[in-house]
Structure formats: C-alpha cells, structure tokens
Design a protein around this ligand. Structure first.
Ligand code: TZP
Ligand code: MG
Length: 220
C-alpha cells in the first residue's frame, strides 16, 4: 500500500470562494458562484448559518451539480451531515466544530478536510493531523465576519508558515491590493467572500485575483 501524508493531494487551493448569499447583493446565488468559477475559482465552500437542514441540503445538491461540470470541489462548512448527505468533496471545520479525528472517521479517506487556525496554539496542535489545508483566519480584519480572534497580519502568517507543514489558506480582508503580499508571506491559497460575491462582475473579480495569485507564485 502506498503511504500518503495528505488525505487529498489534488485539491487546488489557489482561489477559494467562501459563499455568503447576503454578500451577493440580491443577485442569484448560483449565478454568482458559477460566474466566479468561470473566472477561475478553484474551490468553493458552502457556508450557511441560517438555512434549515433541508434547505442546506437542497442548496448543496444544486451547487454540487454546477461545480461538477467545472471539476471544482464542493466543501461544506461545519456540517458533516450535509457533506455526507450530498457526497461533497470535503468539509471545513472551525475550532468549535467537530474535532478533526471525528470528522475524518465519519467522512472516510479521500475527502478534503480543512481547519481554521485562529491563534498560535491552533497551528501547533494541527501538526498532528493530516489536514488538507489549514486556514489562517482572519488574516486581516473584515466587516464580513467581526466575531473573530485578533487578525494574524503578515507577520503572524510568516510565523504560521514556519511552524506548519500544511498548505495554508488565508481568509479575511483579502482583495486585489493585498493578495500578492499574502502569497509571498506564505499563503498557498486565498479565500474570499466579498471580493468576489459583492463585485460588480464576480467573473472578472475572480479573473483578476487569479492572475495576481499566479503571478505571485511564479515571481514571488
Ligand atoms: N472566516 C474568517 S474571516 C471570514 C470568514 C468566513 C470572512 C471573510 O470575508 P471577506 O469578505 O473575504 O473578508
Ligand atoms: Mg465553523
């Protein structure tokens, strides 16, 4: 048997869209996500805090059908039951959600599991698990989510890069002007809500972010 250190080697974290219907400014949710994917989003996390379980599952099913046609993975925030119900590609868990070991046991091999790190102890603790990625959260302060720990800022990201063997995704306050700095200070991928969901053209916003990310990776 071939030993693997990561549960899911092929997930492309470069431009990771985290959904928030309220940030879509009244436009059709599925249209916004599909436009973003056409612009180059490589992973989508369905993050729903107020839908009923039934509505969450319906939304996840519909989104999965769209994303499958672009070969883009669907990640479910928090809800293992919803991820299992729709056979999503993985889950994203936070520090107060289900523990990693439980999520791993329930989901089985081959699924993406991402974890948020909100403080230094979270980064150190996560070294023992075979995560698909660690989300440094929030990198910068953001009006989209205000109940957060202190932002990491770029020096905190550098520290996390030195400590962690996991791919790092940054989330919180990312936009075209600071994405290059995030990549050159250690991020493997950039997760955004408003920079895409609230943009006049989600497709063009995704294209612009993707181009900055790829140029930053090639020429750090
Ligand atoms: N987790 C940490 S910050 C955040 C989440 C879900 C929101 C990021 O939103 P934005 O609009 O990209 O700053
Ligand atoms: Mg959570």
């Amino acid at each position: 048997m071939v030993a693997t250190t990561k549960m899911h080697m092929n997930s492309n974290l470069e431009l990771y869209l985290v959904t928030d219907e309220a940030a879509c400014l009244g436009r059709d949710f599925y249209w916004v996500v599909e436009e973003a994917v056409k612009g180059g989003v490589t992973m989508v996390q369905l993050r729903e805090k107020s839908l009923s379980t039934r509505a969450f599952i319906e939304r996840a099913k519909r989104l999965k059908a769209i994303l499958e046609t672009y070969n883009v993975p669907l990640i479910i925030n928090d809800r293992l039951d919803v991820a299992l119900a729709v056979d999503a590609d993985g889950v994203h868990i936070g520090q107060s959600d289900m523990p990693f070991q439980t999520a791993h046991r329930l989901l089985g091999e081959g699924k993406i599991i991402g974890l948020s790190a909100e403080k230094q102890d979270d980064v150190l603790e996560a070294e023992q698990w075979n995560l698909s990625y660690l989300a440094v959260s929030p990198l910068f302060a953001t009006p989209t989510k205000t109940d957060t720990e202190k932002p990491w800022e770029l020096d905190g990201l550098q520290w996390a890069r030195q400590q962690s063997r996991h791919p790092l995704v940054v989330i919180g306050g990312l936009h075209p002007e600071n994405v290059h700095d995030a990549i050159t200070n250690g991020a493997n991928g950039v997760a955004v809500v408003s920079a895409i969901c609230s943009a006049p053209s989600p497709r063009e916003a995704a294209q612009a972010l993707k181009s900055i990310i790829q140029n930053s990776i090639l020429w750090p």
